[in-house]
Ligand binder design. Sequence first.
Ligand SMILES: O=P(O)(O)OC[C@H]1O[C@](O)(COP(=O)(O)O)[C@@H](O)[C@@H]1O
Ligand SMILES: [Mg+2]
Ligand SMILES: [Mg+2]
Length: 334
Amino acid sequence: MSQVKTLNEFILDKQHDFPFASGELSRLLSDIGVASKIINQEINKAGLVNILGAAGNENIQGEEQQLLDVFADNKFINAFRSGGEVCGIASEENDDFLPFENESSRNGKYVVTFDPLDGSSNIDVNVSVGTIFSIYRRISTEGPAQLEDFLQKGTEQVAAGYVIYGSSTMLVYTTGKGVNGFTLDPGIGEYCLSHPNMKAPEDGRLYSFNEGNYNTFSTGLQKYCDWVKEEDASTGRPYSCRYIASMVADIHRNLIKGGVFCYPATAGSPNGKLRLLYECNPMAFIVEQAGGIATTGHERIMEIQPTELHQRVPALMGSKNMVGKVLEMINQYD
Ligand SMILES: O=P(O)(O)OC[C@H]1O[C@](O)(COP(=O)(O)O)[C@@H](O)[C@@H]1O
Ligand SMILES: [Mg+2]
Ligand SMILES: [Mg+2]
């Protein structure tokens, strides 16, 4: 039987590659793993306990918070606040960033931005949801986090990743040296390396667009949606539309099978729907590290200078040649 490598063993091995590393990033990644296991347990039994449905509040983006959004947000905040490595966080569910004032964390080296539960409209119907996170080194020199610590370009990410609570639960992350995926073994309660060095296929036959919004897409995107449906054996068309409406699950599938995901600007959402700091940047880091492309359609997502915590940007990411084809249509028609 081949040797199983747990997430913590893997993180420690990587830490040994850097003789002067202090271990804080390793501890932080491992804290994320622990918090996600607690959330995983709660999601697994969500239909049994009274945790499905709306929390009765709206977040700053005017979206109805689900009970599990709030639960997951609190679990991660508590893990980060007590871990000592993080001096503050920003999340989808909090209007403003949270600077940590407690003695053990206020001088932590890092800040984290995260979407505690992505695709939360899918929870009630037992479809995959996720958690997305980005880790940045702080800019401010000491004390609780300040706004400037969060408004950093995606190129400054030290690490990023996601957890997918699906038919199995996986944690996938990068520190800028490739992408590795770990599957939670429920028997031993540990994430184990199952997808080493993940690479996005350069081509694919899956497109993930919410085509219900077709009439509000730009001409270039409409032309692409028409093109994928044409019969052409040489390019394997028609392609298949796969859209879960959980960004994590849509991008995870496309990373493995090859595909393109797009949430563009629409008439109703002129900057798109997805948030730069805790959805687009972390997923872009993963996609690029797996050999794919992540763009707004006009610029590289990770090079955008954020101006607001909850800023939205159009997102187009996935297999290199498939994103390339969409860009060709955008350049030709828009
Ligand atoms: O239902 P739509 O408009 O297609 O939007 C789906 C998108 O919205 C999201 O659910 C937003 O995430 P949250 O659930 O974290 O708000 C993405 O995961 C997904 O890609
Ligand atoms: Mg989300
Ligand atoms: Mg969310």
